[in-house]
Design a protein around this ligand. Structure first.
Ligand code: FMN
Length: 428
């Protein structure tokens, strides 16, 4: 095992759930103490209201939009294009915009609560490129995803070291869906100088950059580092530090990920229907135990595994526990290979911390990996998870992410030595 992998594994291993650990700490919280899920820069910063009829605005809006509002115990909840463990939304988006007509060159915070861009930094000969790519200048958009980790650790404590990264991967997936719908190019980056960016963007210890997504034209030109620091603004109304998460982030932020050649996926979805799918995406709360067709299932699995446009990568293997797919023998599959036959719905419901969703689904998926870089691997798992949501919903199949499972028992059931990073359920 490489030293970098060992570092990530330490954080994975110390956040494992077991039957006993969940019994001892079921994560009950007083909802009235939830930290704010929205970040706002002070009101004197210049803002640009997004207008969905403008294609550039619509492109940015759809990366993070609020798509549904509901009341729970008299509290309003705003759900978004991206799912999030416990609907806590630790992720924020910053976007550098350069050379786009009608928009001042600068770094903007995407203020999700009000559908606007807040200008936090004006560019001269400097920019984010110098932290991310050597000798390149981007005409277009550089997105940064960050995590305001306390929003998640408030409830999930140490295990949110996982959920922050999974949520970040989902948010990257939402950006990918918006670039697809707006016919724009996209490249994801996980290996860059995140720590210097955290310092220069004024995040202190309360927020950290996890990933970058570039959509634009690459020009060969050197760009200076930011000439000024951005002032600190807290992403929550109050904050409690969690040293474990801060250490876990730092330890996994600097080591290299596995590398691969840049490859772009080709999808052939009906754009109008896909747009509606992004807009209406939701997590299922209860399945009716109906079957799905084999054609739909293999289709989803095949589309999900199309290339991810990045050079920094971690390979994720997908196991499927098939409960209810017409014409496919129930059992555990690794790709199309049957590992063991059987009706494992009760077993899998139990493994996912007794969640009925995993018992009543048509298929429960498990993402496993032998990563080099844990932070990257978890984000790639989340990115694939966003594809599972969108591609299932596109074919009228419901879906949910499952972050809670008994780690060791699940690994044993799957008969794998790789770490289990994430689970997902699909069905009707
Ligand atoms: C990383 C992650 C883990 C999740 N884990 C669970 C889970 O264990 N059980 C569950 O019912 N939902 C789970 N969800 C679904 C969230 O509860 C859901 O995304 C959130 O409530 C927002 O609702 P929406 O997806 O309908 O917008 C998870 C979602 C994500 C992204």
């Amino acid at each position: 095992m490489q030293p970098s992998q060992k570092v990530g594994k330490t954080y994975h291993d110390s956040t494992k759930h077991s039957y006993l650990s969940v019994m001892l700490d079921p994560n009950y919280v007083d909802a009235s103490t939830q930290p704010s899920p929205f970040k706002f820069y002070p009101k004197f910063y210049r803002r640009l209201k997004l207008n969905v009829k403008n294609p550039i605005h619509s492109f940015l809006w759809l990366t993070s939009a609020i798509t549904f509002e509901k009341y729970y115990q008299d509290e309003p909840y705003k759900l978004r294009v991206n799912p999030s463990a416990g609907a806590l939304y630790p992720t924020e988006v910053y976007v550098q915009i350069r050379g786009i007509e009608g928009i001042v060159d600068g770094i903007y915070h995407l203020e999700v609560a009000n559908n606007c861009l807040t200008l936090i930094y004006e560019l001269i000969d400097d920019g984010l490129e110098s932290y991310i790519l050597a000798n390149n200048r981007i005409i277009g958009f550089i997105f940064l995803i960050s995590c305001v980790y306390y929003r998640s650790s408030w409830k999930y404590k140490e295990r949110s070291v996982r959920y922050c990264c999974l949520d970040s991967g989902h948010h990257l997936g939402a950006i990918a869906a918006s670039t697809y719908l707006h016919n724009r190019n996209l490249q994801l980056l996980f290996d860059f100088d995140k720590l210097a960016l955290n310092a220069d963007l004024g995040f202190e210890n309360k927020e950290f950059i996890t990933a970058c997504a570039i959509s634009g034209e690459f020009q060969e030109k050197k760009v200076r580092r930011l000439r000024l620091k951005v002032p600190f603004v807290c992403g929550t109304d109050y904050f409690e530090a969690n040293q474990f998460i801060e250490d876990g982030y730092q330890a996994t932020a600097t080591s290299g990920s596995s590398q691969k050649q840049l490859e772009y996926p080709q999808f052939d979805f009906d754009k109008e229907r896909f747009y509606q799918t992004v807009w209406n995406r939701r997590s299922i709360r209860r399945f009716q135990k109906k079957s799905i067709s084999a054609k739909d299932f293999w289709n989803i699995l095949q589309e999900v595994q199309k290339p991810i446009p990045t050079e920094n990568f971690e390979d994720i293997e997908i196991y499927s526990v098939i409960h209810r797919v017409e014409g496919i023998l129930p059992g555990l599959y690794q790709g199309k290979r049957l590992v063991k036959a059987g009706n494992f719905n009760d077993k899998v419901g139990y493994l996912c911390v007794n969640q009925a969703l995993a018992r009543d689904s048509a298929v429960t998926l498990f993402f496993v990996s032998n990563y080099s870089n844990y932070q990257t691997a978890m984000q790639v798992a989340g990115f694939l998870g966003q594809r599972v949501y969108l591609f299932s919903n596109y074919w009228d199949i419901q879906c949910s992410g499952i972050g809670a499972f008994y780690d060791d028992e699940t690994q044993e059931f799957l008969e794998t030595k790789k770490d289990v990073l994430y689970a997902m359920v699909i069905g009707k």
